[in-house]
Design a binder for this molecule. Structure first.
Ligand SMILES: *Cc1c(COP(=O)(O)O)cnc(C)c1O
Length: 360
């Protein structure tokens, strides 16, 4: 039985995509073998990869002067790859800190060069609010400004693109394809696949070609954007099965009406949950309303001693993986593209019943 899986990642994938993968597991396209047992250099697989590239470019309206790269190593692999590829000798970068993942990205980049950090979240009366400074080129000769538009652990979303004089690098691991974006505002966008794209391990990079003109540090070839681009993401064997699932997810997204339609659906799902939490005394959320993530809805029970009871009753109702990240505690409902509206309705109904039973 499929349940509603609120895991932050690896996250649920569309049931249609999983069913198709199951139907094709032993025999893909009538070839008598699985897609995972085929050469990545076969014409069939190359057609799949080209189709994934074309669908993604269409979904996100990616301009022609950007490379689309499929790489290894997930989100954290890109923490290192971004720095190795873009910092160059003696290069410096500016990292905005808004939560756990942007902090981890800055720490990794510091292994390869100089990194300045600015904290952009502040607490006002127990509420987390955005404190985004304005930037000017005189502040420093930065190769890039890095930020994380959706902080998966903290449930924080920065929906406006920073006004930056330097090329912007964005970690979109947990929000890519969840709504329309203007790719031309970014120098580079990257994402680990396991939230909104497909299986873990795969990573996606969308990079403006002219960012790759500066000399970079010596690095492993499989992390090198130039080598990956020259070889159309097949310098070595790509994670072929993950790419096959990603291609299916892109096709599924097109059938759903693309990212504009997903954006509307995701907004309605998030509103449903936040509206319920807002009017409740039993549940609370410490994030300012204009900063709340549409993908990862964090909340706390006013009485935290009920946490394990809440989680076990939720699980018994087919509402899985609601436990918040160990670093912040509380609860977290991750409601990526694949989570249907009914899943959110079922969660709200359960939360309400649970609250009433405790208050009775
Ligand atoms: C999950 C996540 C990562 C880490 O991805 P891995 O594939 O585990 O390395 C990085 N950044 C964000 C925003 C994430 O949500």
């Amino acid at each position: 039985m499929r349940v509603f899986n609120f895991c932050a990642g690896p996250a649920m994938l569309p049931t249609e995509v999983m069913a198709q993968a199951q139907a094709e597991l032993l025999d893909w396209q009538g070839q008598g073998v699985s897609v995972m047992e085929m050469s990545h250099r076969s014409p069939e697989f190359i057609a799949l990869a080209k189709g994934a590239d074309a669908d993604l470019r269409e979904l996100l309206t990616i301009p022609d002067d950007y490379h689309v790269l499929f790489m290894h190593g997930g989100g954290r692999g890109q923490f290192a790859a971004v720095a190795m590829n873009l910092l160059g000798d003696n290069g410096k970068a500016l990292y905005l800190r808004s939560g756990s993942w942007s902090k981890a990205a800055a720490e990794e980049a510091r292994r390869f060069g100089e990194v300045d950090e600015i904290e952009v979240i502040e607490e006002r009366d127990g509420t987390k609010a955005l404190n985004m400074p304005s930037f000017s080129a005189e502040q420093g000769d930065y190769r890039y400004l890095h930020y994380c538009p959706n902080e998966t652990v903290d449930g924080i979303e920065i929906s406006e693109v920073p006004d930056s004089p330097w090329p912007i690098v964005a970690d979109m691991s947990s929000c890519i394809l969840s709504r329309p974006i203007d790719v031309s505002k970014y120098g580079l966008i990257y994402a680990g696949a396991q939230k909104n794209i497909g299986p873990s391990g795969l990573s996606l990079v969308i990079v403006k070609r002219d960012l790759l003109e500066l000399p970079s540090l010596p690095m492993p070839s499989i992390m090198d954007y130039r080598i990956t681009a020259e070889n159309e993401s097949m310098f070595n064997t790509p994670p072929t099965y993950a790419l096959y699932i990603a291609a299916s997810v892109f096709a599924w997204l097109k059938k759903q009406g693309g990212v504009a339609a997903m954006g509307e659906r995701n907004q309605r799902k998030a509103d449903e949950l936040y509206d319920y939490i807002n009017q409740s005394d039993f549940y609370k959320n410490p994030v300012a309303s204009n900063l709340r993530s549409r993908m990862n809805v964090t909340f706390q029970l006013a009485d935290e001693s009920l946490n394990s009871e809440f989680l076990s009753q939720a699980k018994a109702r087919g509402l899985l993986a609601l436990k918040g990240h160990r670093s912040v505690g509380g609860m977290r409902a991750s409601i990526y593209n694949a989570m249907p509206h009914q899943g959110v309705l079922a969660l709200v109904a359960f939360m309400d019943e649970f609250a009433k039973a405790q208050q009775a």
